[in-house]
Design a protein around this ligand. Structure first.
Ligand code: NAP
Length: 481
């Protein structure tokens, strides 16, 4: 059985405890590799390496750092097939999705921040007749990056790339459920000439190695993406140590459909925004609100399209939905479908686990599920399910749909379908969320602020926001006389 290792000080090494955890393949339900069960000792060792590397990395010219990160981007691109296959196998996502979205985006993340840093300037504020203020933005030092399993390398690199570009050294932990592409990344960094200790990747459980990263006194900032409950715990732990925190957390996103939209584009995009990556994208629209005059038409066409989606093994190029990420996650999603029924919901399609033929008979496959007839404020419509389950609800007025859309504790993203320009802006303006797509979904420009409001997080990633987060601003004033 293959044993993954930690990447510390530029080398692949065993965890100090020599303990390992099983890594499951969602497509088959089989264990296919072992990953280090790292702990506090491993974090201490990685921090020592990062401490030694920091003066080297932070004093390098921006051009040199940029060139190394461009090479990391190119190195992933060169090994595209290997990364794509690894991501699909580790996560259960369709190989077509790993090829079209996940790995290309990891390539772009490194390239974007490698070049963005060349243009990142600081401010100066002139005081007429008095003097001038200028601001320096220096790297923070050693930072922690902790990421989830749904878009493994995509989200891992979304944090690591700006942290490194800004001149920090990084202790990073991918999700224990999807470690493989992060494991490969170390090789690419070595090939790119990254000095040892600049990036250190530790594998293991959130409750042990993740917790030790959050608590380590020399790690000055934590960039975390994951669930709201974990984010709350991290905030409680790190805030008294005055660490900088960026928290990208859960969502329960509304998809608001008005009768005047372009119906066909809306339908095909809504199938994607509901079920891409088995509904395991924090930006998926899980609560679909449809204006009553087109509700029945929407229901008929949407349910038919969803029922025709192909649920199959991830390496099948025709697969629309692959396996969900783990057995426990599949059971959680199924328990929410039972809850929805108990709350009075009617399952229009899906609602069940399916068993494929051997060797995939024990994989974690769910039929995409559409439920109607639920109150907007029931638990199914308020809590994050994070799987291939959506609810559909009719509405009569703009005020009513905004009230329902804004009724959850979350505020990550929202989608609006309408051809009424004024209404599009009005509803977007009144949605309580960090991101809104109008007549589209998941079109991303890496320069834009990315993140949520309310229980969906604190701070923003992307563009200058990320580079500001990973630097410490100092204002210096000089008097003229
Ligand atoms: P999670 O359980 O919160 O875990 C996220 C990461 O944190 C994993 O690496 C996890 O390690 C680690 N972790 C767990 N407990 C920790 C602790 N006490 N201290 C430090 N680290 C700890 O979330 P998940 O189930 O992996 O991901 C799904 C969630 O992520 C959903 O809620 C989804 O909405 C959210 N998400 C948000 C965004 C966004 O941009 N807002 C993007 C994607 C996903 P283990 O895997 O070992 O537990």
């Amino acid at each position: 059985m293959e044993k993954l290792r930690n990447y510390v000080n530029g080398k692949y090494i065993e965890p100090l405890s020599n303990q390992y955890i099983d890594n499951f393949e969602p497509a088959t339900g089989n264990v296919y590799s072992l990953i280090p069960n790292s702990n506090e000792e491993d974090v201490n060792q990685a921090v020592e390496a990062a401490d030694l590397a920091f003066p080297i990395w932070s004093n390098m010219s921006i051009e040199e750092r940029s060139a190394i990160l461009v090479k990391v981007s190119e190195g992933i691109e060169r090994r595209m097939d290997e990364f794509v296959a690894a991501e699909s196998k580790d996560n259960g996502k369709p190989i077509s999705l790993a090829r079209s979205v996940d790995i290309p985006r990891a390539v772009s993340n490194f390239h974007f921040f490698a070049t963005a840093i060349l243009h990142f300037s600081s401010e100066s504020h002139y005081m007429e007749g008095v003097g001038v203020n200028y601001t320096t933005r220096k790297p923070i030092g050693i930072v922690g990056c902790i990421s989830p399993w749904n878009l493994p390398l995509y989200l891992f690199s979304w944090k690591i790339a700006p942290a490194l570009a800004a001149g920090n050294c990084v202790i990073a932990k991918p999700s224990e459920i999807t470690p493989y592409t992060a494991y490969l990344l170390g090789e690419v960094c070595n090939e790119a000439g990254m000095p040892p200790g600049v990036l250190n990747i530790l594998h293991g459980l959130g409750s042990t190695v993740g917790d030790a990263i959050v608590k380590h006194p020399k790690i000055k900032a934590i960039s975390f993406t994951g669930g709201t409950a974990t984010g709350e715990y991290i905030a409680r732990t790190a805030a008294p140590m005055f660490k900088k925190l960026s928290l990208e957390l859960g969502g329960k996103n509304p998809n608001i459909i008005f009768a005047d939209c372009d119906f066909d584009t809306m339908i095909s995009t809504t199938v994607r925004s509901s079920f891409a990556n088995q509904g395991q994208i924090c930006l998926c629209g899980s609560r679909i609100f449809v204006e009553r005059s087109i509700y029945e038409k929407f229901k008929t066409v949407f349910v038919e399209k969803v029922s025709n989606s192909l649920v199959s093994y991830p390496s099948n190029p025709k697969t629309h939905l692959g396996a969900v990420v783990s057995k426990s996650h599949m059971e959680k999603v199924l328990s929410y479908i039972e809850l929805a029924k108990a709350e009075g919901g009617k399952v229009l399609t899906g609602g069940v686990q399916i068993h494929l033929e051997a060797p995939y008979e024990n994989g974690y496959y769910l039929r995409p599920t559409v439920i109607e007839g639920l109150a907007y404020d029931c638990r199914t419509n308020q809590e994050e399910i994070f799987g291939p389950v959506v609810t559909i609800t009719p509405f009569d007025t703009e005020e009513e749909v905004l009230m329902m859309a804004n009724s959850t504790k979350y505020g990550l993203a929202g989608t609006i379908w309408t051809n009424d320009l004024k209404r599009a802006h009005r509803v977007a303006n009144n949605l309580e969320s960090g991101i809104v797509w109008i007549n589209s979904w998941l079109i991303r420009d890496l320069r834009t602020p990315f993140g949520g409001v309310k229980a969906s997080g604190v701070g923003r990633e992307g563009g200058w926001e990320a580079l500001r987060f990973f630097t410490e601003a100092k204002n210096i004033f000089i008097k003229y006389e």
